[in-house]
Design a protein around this ligand. Sequence first.
Ligand code: PGA
Length: 250
Amino acid sequence: MALRKFVAGNWKMHGVSSDLDQVRAIADAARARPEVDVALCVPAVLIERAVRTAPGFAIGGQDVHPADKGAHTGSVSARMLVDAGAALTIVGHSERRDAHRESNEAVRAKAEMALGCGLDVILCVGESLEVREAGRAPAFVTEQLAASLPVTGTGSAALAIAYEPIWAIGTGKVASCDDIEDMHSALRQCLADRLGPTGDAVRLLYGGSVNPSNAGAIFATPYVDGALVGGASLKAADFVPIIDAAAGQG
Ligand code: PGA
């Protein structure tokens, strides 16, 4: 089943008021490609202004707390993201799994909370270089997915999985299309095993040094339904050609 391509930008800890021009330019370009779903996940404090800048365009957060509310200094809840106008959120990015020691169980709880509040979710998985070189990447990543996968609210396009090999993030090193195909095929099988036919609607994104030059080949790879893009999503001049490539117009 061919799913609509989904291209999401992850601005990480980049973006202040003067960058809202980029949000506007990206949203305008996305409107011209209605056959592709496009979103930008920006810092939490920028969400409301980004939504006002580009009404109707999908703006997301980059993390949520698993609890609804409470004594969690510095954290942002899923309901707060919804209140700010977000349509989606990333959970389980390797930079959070690593720097904030997030477990698979915590990632699953975050995904369930976000889905329960009506947010779409991009759940990230991916192996380190050490795991890849040990030949354990497919087993590690499928186990990571199985343990992080929300058990509620997964029966629709609200959930996407981003396969992001850690060694490819922000390094300029991209996984080969053969490796991406192998991993995505294993993840597709894992979704089928866990979710049955409802897993068919879950999109599989690739992330890790996607740029305008390699996007076309990545989108043409079997089992790739889109991309999660970091550095190349910060400027419309880089991100728009990736959206165009997803539309088959690159
Ligand atoms: P990158 O980041 O495109 O800069 O490699 C991707 C990500 O971390 O989501």
